[in-house]
Ligand binder design. Structure first.
Ligand SMILES: Cc1cc2nc3c(=O)[nH]c(=O)nc-3n(C[C@H](O)[C@H](O)[C@H](O)COP(=O)(O)OP(=O)(O)OC[C@H]3O[C@@H](n4cnc5c(N)ncnc54)[C@H](O)[C@@H]3O)c2cc1C
Length: 397
């Protein structure tokens, strides 16, 4: 079956990133008409394919955050999904390395928060123990997290889509939601500037970097609700020749958790990549991102420029890396790729949680917003899907 104009659905999910697809897979049922709408030619063309592909353990977030609970649960669910659906992954573990006395003394607090969050198997290592398992890494102490790993995010998304389609879900690409109207009983979604319209009782806004704009289309005051996103870019550089690492290596995180610091990740082929750094987009870049969504005439190239790796950051990367890999030569760094975090937390703000809300009390029953689904959204995708089913899908449809 294909989507045709004026069809009515039980559930429409806007956005076929890893989160939208995970929700689609979870909610798809033979007796429920469900569709996932995606504006690009294929799924996962935005943040879900521009990240570190790390299966996080749930170490850093405060215990009362959804980020923490859904990451710990998502980690477990993701490993078992990978095994069941043959999604390539590797659970090689991660080291958080302390290179100053101050950082070393903060490792105990990081471990304690993580253990309260339910992260299993953490181990504090001294300098010698660290050298015995990662000879190229130099640090005073480290925290080993054995349940951190990596995943092939493209194959994950493919498996989620197949599972959703197996249960009768439809996915429609090149279907950009351009207007949303609530008539008191349900929602009418205009696709591609009025090319066609479809209706739905439940709408799930999983539009990543554009989730605030989708909420605004429905009539929600995104400033009053605290939904306006502050996009924050992260660059990656690959290393060749690369240090020999068996595990992911992270510095002790920055105080405000804007990012996790310039860390070393491995991909499933063993390639070493460093990043991401963090820089909030400036006004002009945000305008470009918004216009690329609203189709206000900016050329595609200018949207792509947003993702261009800034080579000027190379020296800063080299300096950050040498703190834990002392012999590292900056000349080994090559621009790789970048991603943009859909942050609710602005510059200087305290760390913010995922926002996952059904907007009934605000006058929009059945409209479910997912805002600020930055890291660890990939890890948490299956737990987010379960959270939505358990909390917001009330009438069985
Ligand atoms: C630099 C970086 C590193 C990260 N590293 C990790 C990591 O290692 N581990 C981890 O767990 N998480 C990580 N994350 C976070 C993770 O990548 C995201 O949380 C996750 O990919 C979000 O998925 P999503 O489906 O919400 O959003 P997206 O992947 O952005 O999907 C949203 C989709 O909505 C579509 N869309 C938007 N507007 C419309 C419209 N009007 N009509 C139709 N479709 C629309 C878009 O085209 C897009 O495909 C990282 C993020 C970044 C930026």
């Amino acid at each position: 079956m294909r989507i045709s104009p004026d069809m009515t659905f039980d559930v429409i999910i806007i956005g076929a990133g890893v989160v939208g697809l995970a929700i689609g897979q979870k909610l798809a049922r033979r007796d429920r008409k469900l569709a996932v709408l995606e504006k690009h030619d294929s799924f996962g063309q935005e943040t879900s394919s521009r990240n570190s592909e790390v299966i996080h353990a749930g170490i850093y977030y405060p215990g009362d955050f959804l980020k923490s609970r859904l990451c710990v649960e998502g980690n477990r669910l993701l490993y078992s999904w990978c095994r069941e659906h043959n999604v390539p992954h590797a659970g090689m573990g991660k080291l958080i390395v302390a290179t100053t006395e101050e950082e070393a003394s903060s490792l105990e607090a990081i471990r304690s928060t993580a253990e309260q969050n339910g992260v299993p198997g953490l181990e504090l290592l001294g300098k010698k123990q660290l050298l015995s398992i990662e000879p190229e890494v130099s640090a005073l102490a480290a925290l080993l997290s054995p349940t951190t790993g990596i995943i092939d995010s493209h194959r994950l998304m493919q498996s989620l889509l197949l599972a959703a389609e197996d249960e009768g879900a439809l996915m429609s690409c090149r279907a950009k939601v351009t207007a949303i109207r609530f008539d008191g009983a349900g929602y009418e979604l205009e696709i591609n500037n009025g090319k066609y319209r479809i209706k739905a009782k439940t709408v799930i806004n999983s539009a990543g970097l554009h989730a605030d704009q989708i909420a605004a289309l429905a009539g929600i005051d995104i400033d009053a609700r605290g939904y306006r996103l502050k996009p924050c870019k992260g660059n990656y550089f690959s290393a060749s020749p690369a240090p020999r690492l068996r595990r992911l290596v992270y510095p002790v995180p920055m105080k405000n958790n804007v990012g996790l610091g310039i860390h070393a990740t491995l991909d499933l082929t063993g390639r070493v990549r460093f990043g991401p750094d963090s820089r909030y987009l400036d006004k002009e870049e945000i305008l470009c991102l918004t216009n690329s969504q609203n189709g206000n005439g900016l050329p595609r190239e200018s949207a792509l420029n947003l993702y261009k790796v800034d080579e000027g950051h190379k020296e800063a990367f080299g300096n950050a890396i040498r703190k834990y890999l002392p012999g590292f030569d900056t000349a080994a760094l090559h621009p790789d790729m970048s991603g943009i975090r859909p942050k609710v937390q602005g510059p200087g703000d305290p760390v913010m949680d995922f926002i996952i809300r059904e907007e009934e009390s605000y006058g929009y029953p059945g409209f479910i917003n997912l805002i600020g689904i930055e890291s660890p959204g990939l890890t948490a995708c299956l737990a987010i899907a379960r959270h939505i089913e358990d909390n917001f899908i009330k009438d069985g449809k």
